[in-house]
Design a protein around this ligand. Structure first.
Ligand code: HEC
Length: 137
């Protein structure tokens, strides 16, 4: 009796670990294939990065006019194109993530957006987030 239960437990654990590993690999392969999809997935996480920082979606809705702690990011790609003279939309968005207080959205104070994404997130994740934000025209 005892042995059977142990066997059952081991089998269940094995099945779970196999399912867990294969789905993780599939997700990673997909992520690498499409930075926009990867960026969207990152954007929608409630916690992000090694220090479990608050995710973007916690403060930024994607619905026009729905402002939470931060402004809605609907249309942010269009805004980013002319936000700072001489800066490309991609460069502006990158800076908005890694140095949030460098340029402030009108009506919002400094120091509210999480300040350490540049340290917490690998370059690849920042690139993916920028790629996703660039689709929000
Ligand atoms: C704790 C709340 C909070 C979180 C989390 C947050 N933001 Fe923000 N964000 C803000 C606030 C407040 C502003 C307005 C002040 C400013 O411009 O920095 C802002 C502004 C922005 C802007 C506009 C910048 C500008 O200068 O006009 C972008 C783009 C942006 N955030 C992207 C992101 C992304 C991408 C993430 C996730 C990696 C994120 N934010 C996470 C609060 C947050």
């Amino acid at each position: 009796m005892k042995i059977r239960w142990t066997q059952i437990c081991v089998s269940i654990a094995l099945v779970f670990s196999l399912v867990g590993c294969s789905s993780k690999e599939a997700a990673q392969t997909q992520d690498h294939a499409d930075p926009v999809q990867r960026g969207k997935a990152l954007y929608e996480m409630n916690m992000i990065g090694d220090n479990k920082a608050p995710g973007c979606i916690v403060c930024h809705s994607l619905e026009p006019g729905k402002n939470l702690v931060g402004p809605s990011l609907a249309g942010i790609a269009t805004y980013a194109q002319s936000a700072v003279a001489g800066m490309t939309a991609a460069d502006f968005l990158r800076q908005a993530i890694v140095e949030p207080d460098k340029h402030l959205m009108e009506g919002y104070p400094a120091g509210v957006m999480y300040q350490n994404y540049g340290k917490d997130l690998p370059e690849e994740d920042i690139n993916a987030l920028v790629a996703f934000l660039l689709t929000l025209k």
